[in-house]
Design a protein around this ligand. Structure first.
Ligand code: URA
Ligand code: SF4
Length: 188
């Protein structure tokens, strides 16, 4: 295990453990509070993230930021990252082997940050972290506790752009997260 995020970021920048390294512009390691109580995990960088090297800066990210502001979640207080750190071609879902290759980095990030809550944004995050037996439609909005971490699966913000009807569920899930954090005095 690597002990600090800067060092791990440097390793990820040079990583060639899967084919995604060939198509990327920048790796997208993660941003936010190094001691965050709440961690958000997406799928992988899109075009904007690949260009900037920062997660959730494109259209989906802007929508997520708006929801954060509305609910009272401060982007700088939480930590935001993805299952894969390099952009999949044409924004396709990462293959199982790509996610597997990259998951060690995410596990190491979790070990360093030690979040109390992990928010799983969409099926890719949910299935790669909690297992293929889970599905976002039936799991969203319900706490799943494992090894002293509370997981909250919810829709990926890009899904809200495709289907407006999902916005209310996403909002309600963020409200649950905010409430849990406030009750425990966790930074959010
Ligand atoms: N979608 C993701 O899953 N992650 C990002 O960083 C941006 C869009
Ligand atoms: Fe390495 Fe992850 Fe990039 Fe694959 S996606 S090359 S495992 S950093």
């Amino acid at each position: 295990m690597i002990e600090n995020l800067e060092e791990l970021d440097q390793i990820v920048k040079k990583c060639s453990k899967c084919n995604l390294c060939n198509g990327k512009t920048k790796t997208v390691f993660g941003v936010g509070n190094k001691n965050a109580d709440i961690m958000f995990i997406g799928e992988g960088p899109g075009a904007d993230e690949d260009k900037e090297g920062e997660p959730f800066v494109g259209k989906a990210g802007k929508l997520m930021n708006q929801a954060f502001i509305g609910i009272g979640i401060t982007r700088e207080n939480v930590y935001i990252t993805n299952i894969v750190k390099c952009r999949p071609p044409n924004n396709r879902t990462p293959l199982k082997e790509e996610a597997k290759a990259c998951l060690d980095y995410l596990r190491n990030q979790v070990m360093i940050i030690k979040p109390k809550i992990i928010v799983l944004l969409g099926n890719t995050a949910l299935k790669n972290i909690l297992g293929d037996e889970y599905g976002i439609t039936s799991s969203r909005g319900k706490w799943i506790e494992k090894k002293e971490i509370k997981y909250m699966p919810t829709f990926h913000p890009a899904a809200l752009l495709r289907d407006e009807g999902k916005k209310i569920d996403f909002w309600n899930d963020l409200v649950l997260i905010k409430k849990e954090a406030d009750e425990n005095n966790w930074k959010i």
